[in-house]
Write a protein that binds this ligand. Structure first.
Ligand code: SAM
Ligand code: SF4
Ligand code: SF4
Length: 342
C-alpha cells in the first residue's frame, strides 16, 4: 500500500527520472557545448541493484513512472539487465527511456524483450548537415535508423522530442510533424531552456508555444487543444486530420504548479527540481548500510520540505542570462543537464 507524499505546495511524488550515465556520444550545443568535461568517478556510479533498491523505496512513496535517461542511457553497459529489474515491479505503470537514438537500432529488440514500455527519441532536425552543426557528430543516419526500428521492435506510444531554437530549426516544425506521422510517433516541441550546459542560451533564441502554434496554424489551419486531466508537462494539440502533437512550454509557461517529478543522478544524488542547485545524497546512506525505513525517511523528509518552482522563478526574473556559467559547471558537474538527465 503506497502512502502518497506531498510537498509544501501539495504536489505528489510520482515521477522519477533516473540518469544511468553522465556520458554522451553527441555534443548538442544547448546541452554539451564544450569539448572537455569532468565526468563522475566510475566507482560512484550506482550499480543496477542499487538503483533497483532505491526505486523500490520511491515506489513505496508513490512513484509509478520511471524514465531512464542520461547522458546517453544506451551507453550504459547491459542496460536491459536494469530494465528487467525495474520491469518486474508491478507498481511501475510506466517505464520509459529518453535516448538520442544513435545506438537504438541495435538495442531496441533487447530493450523491448527486457520489458521496457516506451521509447522517446530526441530529434531536433531531419537534415543531416544541420544535425552535424547541432550535435558536432555525424550520426544522423543512425538516429533515423534507430527511430525506424522502434515500431518493429514492438513499441507503441513512441515520442519524438525536439528542442526548438529560433534561427536553427524553427523552420522544421511541420516537417517533423509529417515525419512523426510516418514513424508513427507523437512529436513534442520543447522550448529552449536556460538550464545546465545551455551557457549560450539567450531569450531571443526561445520560440514560445504561442509562436509555434501560430506558425503551425498558418500551415495546417485550425489547431485544437486536447483537453486532458494530467500532470504531464506537454500541452497536447490536435490537427484537423487527427494528428496529435505536444508543446512543452517550460520557459514561457512553466508547469511547476503540477510538477511531480524528481531526478536521480547516476551517482545517486536526488534533485527535486531541474533548476535546483543542490541534491540530496542517497548513495552515501545506501552504501553506508541504511535500512529501507531510513531511506524512506530521507526521501520523505526531502519531498515534504520541497518548495521548488525553478522555471517559474526564472520566468519571474524577466530579462535573464543563462543560469550557470561554464566555470560553475566545471566546479560542480551535477549542475549539467547531461548529469541531471533533462
Ligand atoms: N541523451 C538523451 C537525449 O538526448 O535524448 C537523454 C538525456 S538529454 C539531457 C534529455 C533531454 O533534454 C533531451 O530531449 C534534450 O533535448 C533535452 N535538453 C537538453 N538541454 C536542453 C535545453 N537547454 N533546453 C531544452 N531541452 C534540453
Ligand atoms: Fe544531446 Fe542528450 Fe547528449 Fe545532451 S545528453 S548532448 S541532449 S544527446
Ligand atoms: Fe518541476 Fe522544477 Fe521543472 Fe518547475 S522547473 S517543472 S518545479 S522540475
Amino acid at each position: 500500500m503506497t502512502t502518497p507524499v506531498l510537498d509544501t505546495r501539495g504536489r505528489r511524488l510520482r515521477n522519477l527520472r533516473v540518469s544511468v550515465t553522465d556520458r554522451c556520444n553527441l555534443r548538442c550545443g544547448y546541452c554539451m557545448p564544450e569539448e572537455e568535461y569532468v565526468w563522475l568517478p566510475r566507482e560512484e556510479i550506482l550499480h543496477f541493484e542499487e538503483i533497483s533498491r532505491l526505486v523500490d523505496v520511491f515506489i513505496e512513496l508513490g512513484v509509478d513512472k520511471v524514465r531512464l535517461t542520461g547522458g546517453e542511457p544506451l551507453l550504459r553497459r547491459d542496460l536491459p539487465a536494469l530494465i528487467r529489474l525495474l520491469a518486474a515491479k508491478p507498481a511501475l505503470r510506466d517505464l520509459a527511456i529518453t535516448t538520442n537514438g544513435v545506438l537504438l537500432a541495435a538495442a531496441a529488440p533487447a530493450l523491448r524483450a527486457a520489458g521496457l514500455h516506451r521509447v522517446t527519441v530526441s530529434l531536433d532536425t531531419l537534415r543531416p548537415e544541420r544535425f552535424v552543426a547541432l550535435t558536432r557528430r555525424d550520426t544522423h543516419a543512425q538516429v533515423l535508423e534507430g527511430i525506424a526500428s522502434v515500431p518493429g521492435a514492438g513499441f507503441t506510444g513512441t515520442k519524438l522530442d525536439t528542442v526548438v531554437i529560433r534561427g536553427i530549426n524553427d523552420d522544421e516544425l511541420a516537417d517533423l510533424i509529417e515525419y512523426g506521422k510516418r514513424v508513427p510517433a507523437e512529436v513534442r516541441f520543447i522550448e529552449y531552456m536556460d538550464v545546465g550546459g545551455a551557457t549560450r542560451w539567450s531569450f531571443d533564441q526561445v520560440m514560445s508555444r504561442k509562436e509555434m502554434l501560430e506558425r503551425l496554424e498558418r500551415r495546417y489551419g485550425r489547431i485544437e487543444p486536447v483537453v486532458e486531466d494530467s500532470t504531464a508537462p506537454a500541452d497536447r494539440f490536435r490537427l484537423s486530420d487527427g494528428t496529435v502533437f505536444g508543446i512543452i512550454s517550460s520557459t514561457t509557461a512553466p508547469f511547476c504548479a503540477a510538477c511531480d517529478r524528481s531526478r536521480l543522478t547516476a551517482d545517486g544524488l536526488w534533485y527535486l527540481c531541474l533548476y535546483a542547485m543542490r541534491g540530496l545524497d542517497l548513495r552515501g546512506p545506501l552504501r553506508g548500510g541504511a535500512s529501507n525505513a531510513q531511506l524512506t525517511g530521507l526521501i520523505t523528509g526531502g519531498w515534504t520540505a520541497r518548495t521548488d518552482r525553478g522555471a517559474e522563478d526564472r520566468l519571474a526574473l524577466g530579462q535573464r542570462t543563462p543560469l550557470i556559467q561554464v566555470g560553475g559547471l566545471k566546479r560542480d558537474p551535477h549542475l549539467e543537464m547531461h548529469t541531471r538527465g533533462g
